[in-house]
Structure formats: structure tokens, C-alpha cells
Write a protein that binds this ligand. Structure first.
Ligand code: EPU
Length: 428
């Protein structure tokens, strides 16, 4: 298994481009199941999770065409163009072998049952960050008239025709909202999703669905209304920039006292993160699709609480823990979305961080320096926090199990190298 070797102590500086958003691309690829016509996506990031989703769709009979290229840009390649043609959809099954490696596979459930009247999707198990049930996806589809059974580890849904319904989710769920919104596009009548997720990725999906002929209003608010239509058609859609990748590089630059420009992104979806970075003492300026961050020599620790968008994202909590570990002062970090999302803390402690965990609260006291060590990545964002810590630690940090990173960060080592980091991928 590959590992990353980082020699800390370099101040990041320069310019890199941000990739398309993983968490927008995954539901968007599934939206192609809703039509017999081809749908083309541009700015698709080259990530292992995207590869897994394409494999899943291909084994259902979806024709996948990839351009495979993309022009070189600062610190990486421009996103890929992928065309999906689901006219030959012939197997409404998502098998355990693929679902177990990526929970987002559940996003095929709504589109499959809406388009074919049938779906068999392996139940995603728990994962490193928590139990993550899919009961809200099932509850919503049942309210729309689907018959759902869970047998032998598979969710089996059938419905000759989904019907519009008033849906209320017990908690804000991102992929739950996306699954139900996609299913409702082909239902008869009106569906109203209350307590809907307001994440920008939900809006990106809604924009694409509208371009495919769906009638959706309210995406980006907590009430989404969908008037069902008999069929959707093909379109072309550019995937939005990855706000979490953007936030991660901003944190890496901040932690190293750096000065970086991120292009091909947007500050529009990052208010909570930018606000916290300014509280650490960073100067941030934005212009159209560029964000420029200039960090002070030493950051100030910032307390935070994760919550659904537009509040501070859970997907940025680990990166801020790395920042707080080397900042002046102490911080209280409260995780409210996932029950087990502090696994990076024990690894950061191996690098010398001072962190105490009490349930869903982490108390971090900043230290003047961390020391390099061997650490293990446990999930995608946890690995990002270890990379940030490695960039500031004295000496060498070796990060194992970096397949977690490759799920969600395109060309991370090349991009950091372009900013001056001493980072090397070692093939095992
Ligand atoms: N939940 C339930 N039942 C459900 C659905 C969700 O109990 O039916 C709970 C979850 O267990 C969790 C909370 O509700 O405690 C919120 O989960 P949500 O459904 O919003 O998470 P998700 O849709 O599975 C997406 C992102 C995650 C991100 C979360 C929260 C994608 C593909 N994944 O997951 O991204 O952390 O929303 O913003 O969009 C990542 O990129 O590293 C990542 C984990």
C-alpha cells in the first residue's frame, strides 16, 4: 500500500487550481440513470470514488465514455469529461462488493426505482466515522409509494409508479435529500421535501436536473418542491468546484504560515470556513473564481461547532483540528453530525498534539511545534488533517493507508509539491 512521506517546515506559496467537487459529482453521475438520453459532465475530478461509481453504473448497463485527458493546469490536470448513456440500463442492482467500498452508492436507489420501478441496493454498513443508517432514504421512498423490504443485506424497492408526497426527514441528510429529489423528478404529482439539506451540492444537482427537464424549486432552502414529469432528457453539466478541497488547501497554507492563490473555485460556499480562518489571523481576499490567503507567522486557535450548511462543515473539522494543534491558545471543537469523527485526534497526538476528547467535544491546546512520526489515515478528511500536521511537523512524517486520501483529493501530492511542500508518494 502506498504511503506519503512529508518533510515539514516549508511555508506553502504559489498557485494551484481546485478540482470539481466529489460530493457534487457522485449524485450527478447517478442522475444520468433518470434518462434514456446521454448526459455529459465536465470538470469531473479523477478520484477513486468516481471510479467506483462509474464501475457501479457500468455493471447496470450504463455506457460510460471518458475523454481521459484534460489540459494541464497549475498543480494538476483540468477535470475529465464523462458522458453517461443509460438507454441500455438492464440491471437495477448495486452489489455489496461495490457498495461496501463507497456509501454514496446508495444514491442509485432513488433514480433506479423511479426509472425502472425496481432496485436492489446492498445496505451500506457502518463506516469509520459512524453508523450512518439510510432509514430516511427508505422512509421517503416508502411515502412515495415504493414497497421496500430489507433482506439478506439488500434494500429491495419496487413501485410501478412513484407518487408525489410530502416528505419530512428526521434530520438533515445530504444524500437522503438528493436521493428523494431525484426520485421525485419522475413521480406523478408534487413532492415536497421538508427539512431538506441546503448544501451547495444539492443545488448543483437540482440545476442539472432542471436542465434535464425536471421541475424543481427551492433547492438551497430547507423546503424543496418537485413537480414530477413523465421523462427527463440529456444535457451537459459542469461540476461545481470542490469547497472541501478548497478549504483543505486554505488550512494547509494557513498552518504553514503560507501565501497561496487557489483558482477555479468560489468563496460563495465557504463563508463559515473563511470566517474561521480570518479569526485565526489569516488575511483572505477573493475575486471571481480565485481565493488568496496570506497567513500570519503564528495562528490563533479557533473554537467551532459543526452543523449542516450553511454552518461549519463536518468535512472541515479534522483540518481545523490540525490548525488548532499548532495555533496560539486553545479551542473547543464540537462535532454534531457524526458520532465517531475524531479518529484523527489520536494520530495527531502521535505527532505531539495536545488534544483531549470527551464524547463529541475535543479540547485542543496549541503547541509551538509538532514532531514527525508514522501515522495512519482512518478516513478521507482525517487523512487530510494528518497531511496538514505533517507539513508543519519537525522532521519526517509518514502517513500510511493513503488510499483514503485518493478517494477525495485529486493529485494531492502534485498540488502540494507545486506549492513548495516536500512530499513524496512511496509505492509499497
Ligand atoms: N442519517 C441517518 N439516517 C439517514 C441518513 C442520515 O441517521 O437515513 C444521519 C447520519 O448517520 C449522520 C447525519 O444523519 O449522522 C447526516 O448524514 P448525511 O446523510 O447528511 O451524510 P451523507 O449524505 O451520507 C454527505 C457527504 C459526507 C458529509 C455528510 C455531511 C456525500 C457523498 N457525502 O454524507 O461527505 O460528511 O454529507 O455533510 O455527499 C466526505 O466527503 O468526507 C464525507 C463524509
Amino acid at each position: 500500500m502506498d504511503k506519503l512521506l512529508i518533510t515539514g517546515g516549508t511555508r506553502l506559496s504559489g498557485e494551484i487550481s481546485i478540482s470539481g467537487a466529489k460530493n457534487a459529482a457522485l449524485p450527478l453521475l447517478c442522475a444520468a440513470l433518470l434518462t434514456k438520453e446521454p448526459v455529459t459532465f465536465t470538470n469531473v475530478p479523477r478520484l477513486n470514488d468516481i471510479g467506483t461509481m462509474l464501475k457501479l453504473l457500468a455493471q447496470m448497463g450504463v455506457k460510460v465514455s471518458r475523454d481521459g485527458h484534460g489540459a494541464a493546469t497549475g498543480g494538476g490536470l483540468a477535470g475529465e469529461t464523462i458522458t453517461l448513456d443509460a438507454s441500455g440500463l438492464n440491471n437495477a442492482v448495486a452489489p455489496y462488493e461495490l457498495v461496501k467500498t463507497m456509501r454514496a452508492s446508495i444514491l442509485v436507489l432513488g433514480p433506479l426505482v423511479a426509472r425502472t420501478g425496481e432496485a436492489r441496493v446492498s445496505l451500506p454498513g457502518g463506516c469509520a466515522i459512524g453508523a450512518r443508517p439510510v432509514d430516511q432514504h427508505i422512509k421517503g421512498l416508502t411515502a412515495m409509494g415504493a414497497t421496500i423490504t430489507v433482506e439478506h443485506g439488500y434494500v429491495h424497492a419496487s413501485a410501478s409508479q412513484l407518487k408525489g408526497a410530502r416528505l419530512f426527514t428526521d434530520m438533515v441528510t445530504v444524500t437522503g435529500t438528493e436521493n428523494l429529489m431525484m426520485a421525485a423528478c419522475l413521480a406523478v404529482g408534487e413532492t415536497v421535501i421538508e427539512n431538506a439539506a441546503r448544501e451547495p451540492e444539492v443545488v448543483d444537482l437540482a440545476n442539472c436536473l432542471v436542465a434535464m427537464g425536471a421541475r424543481i424549486s427551492g433547492a438551497g432552502s430547507d423546503v424543496i418542491r418537485i413537480q414530477g414529469v413523465p421523462a427527463l432528457h440529456g444535457t451537459s453539466h459542469r461540476i461545481m468546484p470542490d469547497r472541501i478541497e478548497t478549504g483543505t488547501y486554505l488550512c494547509a497554507a494557513a498552518a504553514t504560515g503560507g501565501d497561496v492563490r487557489l483558482t477555479g473555485t468560489s468563496s460563495a460556499y465557504l463563508d463559515a470556513v473563511i470566517d474561521k480562518l480570518m479569526d485565526t489571523g489569516c488575511e483572505i481576499t477573493t475575486e471571481r473564481d480565485v481565493i488568496h490567503l496570506k497567513a500570519p507567522a503564528r495562528l490563533t486557535a479557533v473554537s467551532l461547532r459543526t452543523a449542516p450548511y450553511p454552518a461549519f462543515p463536518t468535512d472541515m473539522q479534522a483540518q481545523f483540528m490540525a490548525i488548532n494543534a499548532v495555533a496560539e491558545g486553545s479551542a473547543v471543537m464540537r462535532e454534531t453530525i457524526f458520532e465517531n469523527r475524531f479518529m484523527h485526534a489520536v494520530e495527531l497526538i502521535r505527532l505531539g498534539a495536545q488534544i483531549k476528547i470527551d464524547g463529541n467535544v475535543a479540547f485542543v491546546t496549541g503547541r509551538a511545534a509538532l514532531e514527525g512520526a508514522t501515522v495512519m489515515a482512518t478516513d478521507l478528511r482525517a487523512s487530510a488533517s494528518l497531511v496538514i500536521a505533517g507539513l508543519v511537523a519537525q522532521g519526517e512524517t509518514s502517513i500510511e493507508r493513503i488510499y483514503h486520501l485518493d478517494r477525495g483529493y485529486e493529485n494531492l501530492d502534485q498540488k502540494l509539491t507545486a506549492l513548495g511542500a516536500k512530499i513524496q508518494r512511496v509505492k509499497a
